[in-house]
Design a protein around this ligand. Structure first.
Ligand code: BES
Ligand code: MN
Ligand code: ZN
Length: 500
């Protein structure tokens, strides 16, 4: 898809359709809608009068502009309700981009211009619209050979009448990097377990490191052994696929300073059968996405390498497959983590925390001063927060507040759960230092309480994305399936720090 900048009037471009944001309660007697109404022969004012067009969020009206006497070179008009003007922010512009792309594509349009009508900074508005349109173009039917969604928009124009064309171009360039990186994460999450083993994840990481310029180190099992990562290794023990610990580092051109080094750590369980504590078969196929945290880290690093912020960032992905077999870890086994802590494995299905704890220790060894981990860690988080909010917990309120604030700016929602020390009692073991499950109560919190034992005095925030990483239903702006949640939040965090 070619993406072009247009700073002129929206009526003078050669596109199949023109997608325009419409605000709630907006009338066609002034501004852009008035001009468009004239071209559409009064159709817009008539639709408003009959309340077929009210501007409420999610509303979409498609008009033919044929026979308008050459007043518009666009042949179709797509009016998209975006709700109250006062609530119309960049997250809504991004969704508008996705809805416009998906709707126009569904009508078999080949070219599309989007008119976001947001008065913010041109580069930021163009970036949001571009990123949203690219995310909107993603679909999960990669392996379908019949009835595949094969329509596509070949030319997309981002139209900000009166804006600086250079600023629109800059926004398109950055939005392309972000949108493609989010889709990179989603595509990895969607891959079947057989095609996305820990070795495949490491290969993907090497590809982005080479293509975009990042340092990479992949620890094999022998090196993990040397590092004393008995907890991580206990998860891959039952699998024929060896575990990998992927370490990426972005260093700014001037070298930057590692004094406040930020590390992203993502759970990369490439398939979670539960191990000996095997899961029921119902929906088990979805456990291919149990590596989404890891894919998120890779997507973020892929974008950072191109956006080139001024601060260094470490990306760490412990990747392993959780299988039952004659060599699998058994309930009751005791493993020794890199930190020396002993862990009684009560349930082999609580494997995410077992790989993350060693990865967190390794991040500290590499000098991380702040760690944000992300993981599809607990089913309990879906019970608590559904598919709307990511659960965030941690030991450092400023870091938690920072993630929440940066998420809000890009339309990704976080809700903090408490992590009082009382919860740690639930993971005390009778025979070892700790155990890997804390009983039925507060499952998302006790999982975080487990990780807290390893973060220790380093500032740390944990994101449980098990409820938000996969959308069971499609949305107008996005396909069903992997959502790419948190990629944009973490990028926004790094870029905001970079500017500040
Ligand atoms: N990968 C699962 C969590 C999960 C569940 C992710 C549903 C996405 C959708 C995790 O490894 C797991 O099995 N957690 C257990 C923990 C329990 C054994 C303490 C769970 O949530 O049931
Ligand atoms: Mn599990
Ligand atoms: Zn899991």
């Amino acid at each position: 898809m070619d993406i072009l900048a247009h700073a002129g009037a929206c009526t003078d471009q050669d596109v199949h359709s023109l997608a325009v944001a419409v605000f709630k309660g907006e009338k066609a007697n002034e501004g852009l809608l008035k001009d468009l109404d004239a071209i559409a022969g009064g159709a817009i004012s008539s639709l408003i009068e009959t309340e077929e067009l009210t501007g409420k969020e999610g509303e979409s009206v498609y008009l033919h502009l044929s026979g308008n006497g050459g007043k518009s070179t666009a042949r179709r008009l797509l009016l998209l309700g975006v709700g109250e003007k006062a609530d119309y922010g960049l997250p809504q512009v991004s969704q508008l981009g996705g809805t416009a792309l998906r709707t126009a594509r569904g009508k078999n349009n080949k070219s599309l211009a989007i008119v976001p009508r947001h008065d913010g900074e041109a580069a930021a508005v163009a970036r949001a619209a571009t990123e949203g349109a690219i995310m909107g173009s993603f679909d999960i039917d990669k392996y379908r050979t019949v009835d595949k969604e094969d329509k596509s928009i070949d030319k997309l124009v981002i139209n900000l009448p009166g804006a600086d064309e250079g600023a629109i171009k800059k926004g398109i360039a950055d939005g392309t990097i972000v949108g493609e990186s989010v889709n990179f994460t989603r595509d990895m999450a969607n891959e079947p377990g057989a095609y996305m083993t820990p070795t495949d994840m490491a290969d993907k990481a090497r590809e982005i490191a080479t293509e975009f310029g990042l340092n990479i180190d992949v620890l094999d099992e022998a090196r993990m052994e040397q590092e004393g990562m008995g907890s991580l290794l206990s998860v891959s023990h039952g699998s024929v696929e060896p575990a990998k610990l992927i370490v990426l580092k972005y260093t700014p051109r001037d070298g930057g300073s590692d004094d406040n080094l930020l590390a992203f750590v993502g759970k990369g369980v490439t398939f979670d059968t539960g191990g000996i504590s095997i899961k029921p078969s119902e929906s088990m196929e979805l456990m291919k996405y149990d590596m989404t945290g890891g894919a998120t880290v890779l997507g973020v690093m892929r974008a950072i390498a191109q956006l080139k912020p001024s601060i260094p960032v470490l990306g760490i992905v412990p990747a392993a497959e959780n299988m039952p077999s004659g060599s699998a870890t058994k309930p009751g086994d005791v493993v020794v983590a890199m930190s020396g802590k002993t862990i009684e494995v009560i349930n082999t299905d609580a494997e995410g925390r077992l790989i993350l704890c060693d990865a967190i220790c390794y991040a500290k060894k590499l000098g991380a001063k702040r760690i944000v981990d992300m993981a599809t860690l607990t089913g309990a988080v879906s019970i608590a927060l559904g598919d709307v909010n990511v659960a965030i917990l941690g030991n450092d309120q400023p870091l938690i507040d920072q993630v929440i604030a940066r998420g809000k700016e890009v339309g990704e929602k976080y809700w903090q759960l408490p992590l009082d020390k009382e919860y740690t009692k639930q993971i005390k073991s009778d025979i070892a230092d700790i155990k890997n499950v804390g009983g039925r109560k507060a499952g998302t919190i006790t999982a975080a309480a487990f990780l807290k034992e390893f973060a220790e005095d380093v500032a740390w925030a944990h994101l449980d994305i098990a409820g938000t990483a996969w959308g069971d239903e499609p949305k107008p702006y996005r396909a069903k399936g992997p959502t790419g949640i948190a990629v944009r939040t973490l990028l926004n965090m790094v870029e905001t720090e970079s500017k500040g």
